[in-house]
Design a protein around this ligand. Structure first.
Ligand SMILES: [Zn+2]
Ligand SMILES: [Zn+2]
Length: 291
């Protein structure tokens, strides 16, 4: 009797951290784990250095070693698994972004553009705060940075996201609605209001007609923060209606994240009406059927 075989799309992940930034294992260990798990393509995307010090971005003097290490891994796995060199580059309004060319000389295979920061109005003109730290710091951001005006926080986040997309200079838009990470059960702000949806839709509209790929990112699920991937199901449906391409990334900081909640990501894609994922290889982009 024939056994039915479900052909899942080839395993590819473009959102991978390592000890070069805030990942927990070395790039070599991550590559080994991905190869053992059957990945065909593994893209490294360390947090690019920012114009200021953080605990989670790569230090500028590690860049050359990063490039050398990932390229050497690419050679070591040649013919078995494709390894790509990327960076996750922050967009911060008025300060830096993927389009400013700071990393062009590295010959990256691709770039993830991402928003982690907002500019809390109550903390002064130069103040920046991240939205994806722990719950306590997110709550402090709401109370001290925004005087409990979560509508303004949501607006600032999506304004930055929209500006990031309009500035361009990257291939994949990372964790579309990261602002949801510290909003368990919509306890800090509603995500089903006209205001929230309009803010998020400005980012959807900016993506329309670009060649930017939006990632389905299961990282928030792997950290136990969310029960659904980024972006939320309704956003993914709006993206599909506008023919925006998607890929599926785990935002892995440890080897156990590589395949974590992949099924949920595939299901989210299918439920939004997608029948393919877009993959990037050294040869370029390609759409692979979902099944
Ligand atoms: Zn990120
Ligand atoms: Zn990341």
């Amino acid at each position: 009797m024939a056994i039915g075989v479900i052909l899942l799309p080839m395993l590819a992940n473009y959102h991978t951290h390592s000890e070069f930034c805030d990942g927990r294992i070395s790039a070599a260990e991550m590559a080994e784990a991905a190869y053992a798990a059957g990945f065909a393509v593994l893209g490294f995307s360390s947090h690019a250095p920012l114009p200021f010090q953080t605990e989670w971005t790569m230090e500028p003097d590690k860049l050359a070693d990063y490039v050398r290490t990932i390229r050497a891994l690419g050679e070591a796995y040649h013919g078995r698994m494709e390894i790509l060199l990327g960076l996750e580059i922050d967009y911060i309004d008025g300060l830096c972004g993927p389009s400013d060319g700071r990393f062009d000389r590295l010959g990256l295979d691709y770039v993830i553009g991402a928003i982690h920061h907002v500019r809390p109005p109550r903390l002064g003109d130069d103040a920046l705060a991240t939205v994806d730290d722990g719950q306590d710091s997110f709550d402090a951001l709401i109370s001290q940075g925004y005087d409990n005006n979560t509508s303004a926080l949501v607006e600032d986040y999506y304004k930055a996201a929209t500006a990031c997309i309009k500035a361009g200079g990257f291939d994949i838009f990372g964790h579309f609605d990261l602002i949801r990470k510290n909003n368990p059960n919509m306890s800090r702000f509603r995500e089903d209001t006209v205001h929230y949806k309009a803010a998020a839709m400005s980012t959807v509209d900016a993506l329309t007609g670009t060649d930017i790929i939006v990632e389905i990112n299961t990282g928030g699920m792997a950290r136990g923060k969310l029960s659904t991937p980024y972006p939320a199901a309704w956003i993914l449906k709006e993206l599909k209606l506008r023919n925006v391409d998607i890929c599926l990334n785990s935002d892995a900081h440890a080897s156990a994240h590589l395949l974590a909640y992949r099924d949920a990501g595939l299901q989210a894609a299918a439920e939004a009406g997608y029948d393919s994922l877009t993959i990037i290889t050294a040869k370029g982009r390609e759409r692979v059927p979902l099944e």
